[in-house]
Structures are given as structure tokens and as C-alpha cells.
Write a protein that binds this ligand. Structure first.
Ligand SMILES: [Zn+2]
Length: 203
């Protein structure tokens, strides 16, 4: 089960993780998971340039290995990257040593102090170790752009309904999310800008 805005009960399971950065300013943190992917990630980068905003890309190490030139493009255009494991693995299915080794391997390709666990799952000991090494970035608004049960309209509605000051918003620069993401991201950005939200990077 996945919900668009994780409730506090879920959030307390991950002490120290960042879901939202409350602020008096109108600001959001736009994030993209699972790239870099040819055609899709460059499309996102062009769109972000068009609206003159910056975002954070949680990259899969193996994708960076395959597409280093796109990874470079993300950084060259002034965006931020984070570690999303080497093989997009779920912490609950791996022993802590193996999970951390996979993240360390991704770290050879992704120099960042940010980490986001694939599928939002980790074992508690994994979290305790990882939070010494990284800022753990979760999310406040899950657009569900990857879901075949969602339409671009539905994705846009989630952004409008759940975004608040300091929200961390997740889209995906992945093949699975392609249609929903490409058809909802431009109007989501426009709507956010009309509402006065600034787009920020993590410190
Ligand atoms: Zn992911």
C-alpha cells in the first residue's frame, strides 16, 4: 500500500529522516527518482531550465554507470544528486551488510551526502548506520506517477492537494513513469509557481 502523504505514524518509524522541511517561506523540494535514463532525464532537465528551477535527482548507481554523460549533465546544469542504491534494492530484503555495500558501490558513482531508500523501506539498524553517513531524504508528496492506475490528471491533482510549505515532492525520471510524468510535470511546476512556491535544494 502506498499513500500520497505519509502519516506521522509512518514518519516516526524513521527517526532523523527528512520528510518535509517546514518553513515560513513558500518553498518546495522537487525530487526525481531512479534515473538517469536516456531521453527521459534530458527531457526533465530541459523542462527545469525552461522554468529556471533546480531539483534533486536520486540516482540508481547502475544507471549512472551506464549513462555517465547524463549524470554529468544533471550536475552541470546546477542540480543536486543523491544516492538511491546501486541496484534499486529494498532494505527489508537484504542483510544490513549487503545493503550498505550496495549503497557504498553507488557512492563510487554518486558523490553526495543525500540518501533515499528505494520503496521507502529500510530496516532500523540500516537507518541507524546510514544516518551517520547521509541525510536521509524521504518525501511529503508522492505523485504516484509510476502507477499504471494513475493518469496525468490524477498525478496533477495529488500535487495540488498535498503540497504545503516545505514539501519534498517525488516524481520519477523512469520509463515506467514516462507518460504520467511528462504529462503532469509541466502543469505541476506552473501551478506551484503560480502559488508562489520557490524551488529549493537540500543544504
Ligand atoms: Zn526508486
Amino acid at each position: 500500500m502506498f499513500i500520497e502523504q505519509p502519516p506521522w505514524i509512518y514518519r516516526v518509524l524513521f527517526p532523523g529522516a527528512i520528510w518535509r522541511i517546514p518553513s515560513k517561506e513558500k518553498c518546495v523540494y522537487l525530487t526525481f527518482d531512479d534515473g538517469p535514463i536516456p531521453r527521459i532525464t534530458p527531457w526533465v532537465l530541459d523542462l527545469l531550465d525552461k522554468y529556471q528551477i533546480k531539483a534533486t535527482f536520486f540516482c540508481v548507481g547502475d544507471n549512472v554507470r551506464k549513462h555517465p554523460e547524463i549524470y554529468r549533465m544533471i550536475l552541470d546544469r546546477g542540480h543536486q544528486t543523491g544516492n538511491h542504491t546501486f541496484n534499486h534494492i529494498q532494505g527489508l530484503r537484504f542483510w544490513t551488510t549487503n545493503y550498505l555495500a550496495n549503497i557504498k558501490k553507488a557512492g563510487e558513482y554518486i558523490q553526495s551526502n543525500l540518501y533515499r531508500p528505494p520503496h521507502g523501506h529500510m530496516r532500523f539498524p540500516q537507518l541507524l548506520l546510514l544516518r551517520k553517513l547521509y541525510k536521509i531524504i524521504m518525501w511529503d508528496v508522492v505523485t504516484r506517477d509510476y502507477s499504471p492506475h494513475k493518469t496525468p490528471d490524477g498525478v496533477f491533482e495529488i500535487v495540488k492537494k498535498y503540497t504545503r510549505n516545505g514539501s519534498v515532492i517525488v516524481f520519477h525520471d523512469s520509463l515506467k513513469a514516462e507518460t504520467n510524468m511528462m504529462n503532469s510535470l509541466p502543469r505541476s511546476i506552473e501551478w506551484l509557481q503560480q502559488q508562489g512556491y520557490q524551488f529549493k535544494l537540500f543544504e
